[in-house]
Design a protein around this ligand. Sequence first.
Ligand code: UGA
Length: 449
Amino acid sequence: MTHTQPRVRISVVGCGYLGAVHAAAMAHLGHEVIGIDTDEQRIASLSSGVAPFFEPGLDDLLTETLASGRLRFTTDPRSLADTQVHFVCVGTPQREDSEAADLSYLAAAIATLAEHAAPGSLIVGKSTVPVGTAAGLVADLADSRPDLGLVWNPEFLREGFAVRDTLQPDRLVYGLQEGAEGARHRQQIDEVYAALLDDTQVVVTDLATAELVKVAANSFLAMKISFINAMAQLCDATGGDVVDLADALGHDTRIGRRFLGAGIGFGGGCLPKDIKAFRHRAEEIGASLASGLINEVEQINLAQRDEVVQRVSAWFDGDVRDRRIAVLGAAFKPDSDDIRESPALQIAARLAAAGAEVRVTDPQALPVARSRGPQSLSYVDSLDTCLDGAEAVLLLTEWSEYRALDPHLAGRAVAERRIFDGRLALDPDKWASAGWHYVSVGRVDRAPR
Ligand code: UGA
């Protein structure tokens, strides 16, 4: 490693998903970090080394960095006066009255920084924001605290891989103010990331482009998923196989295989919200090409859920009343307990609304689902209880234990051997050989053999 490893005094404002991981990761790199949040419970949990959400590897990283003495958490904003670089990691959820991003937490964070930040310190924005937000903040700070700098440094971490993505990012993006000021800020941010620079591509750009990179990346990923789901419809109509199609497309390095997973579509706290906010901003600006594209992406995504409900209902001649349905997976994706915009739960709730008796299981997301998920569903801890007497099984979140399910064993528990593979995670012939009707999207159905 050619770079020296400076120790920077860092604050992380907002200790939700992004902030908690970022704070622990920065302390792991050797910096002195203080995580600040207004939520006392969250701060208490993080201070005791326990993440308030499920994220593989994070509890260990918290334990390690708290024990080193380089990481602390507090609700006291006066700690900002002792730090040189402030990462802003607050949430930007969807507004209640429109599809726009709610920037009130960001405004509150900046107001707190303007009141408490040390003279000449640097604010680094990581939250996902509509393009133009950072320029507005620079203008506001010019009045209240012209000594504070601003860099926009979007975050691309995925739930389930958040620690790895933070410590080994694909790229770092620095959105800088113009001129000498920007050059000085770059030096400051380079000091923070010094340990990563040898192995990481750095893209240096302006504030607006840095903001756009984040929403464009999430929109592109969403577009890839909707593209392959549109291809699945074509495969269904023509007897093609969308998995073979995706494999063949993916060998073209210009296309790539990742995010060509067809099935029930995308959910979570990021992609659905970010594409809506992106469309809203594009419409405000008059960028109709971008907003039109996002409309299609979103429509295809929602249509996948209708398709599943229809296919499952077709097994029961369109009437699922009192049918016992087992749903495997509640989280929006595996290795996460996040149920926000979970396609699995939305499909399950629609079947329950049509009168089905739906049991849902999940390795991690049940506590969250029980308190915040649809109350029309029965949440059961054991896979066996979920499968017991089921007349149809729906695999909707591809946890590794569901991928590895033995069709013979599962077959003994259910009343009818019907499986809907919503994530194209199973081997259709293996299931058909074990006596199952296998149905999915973009693949020829298999009759039991
Ligand atoms: C996404 C982005 O991947 C991150 O780069 C970004 O930093 C993050 O949003 C964010 O904005 O904070 P995440 O929400 O954790 O990360 O989830 P993804 O792994 O992107 O998956 C999103 C959804 O797409 C899931 O429901 C997943 O099941 C679905 N998906 C993914 C598919 O349906 N097909 C695929 O091929 C891949």
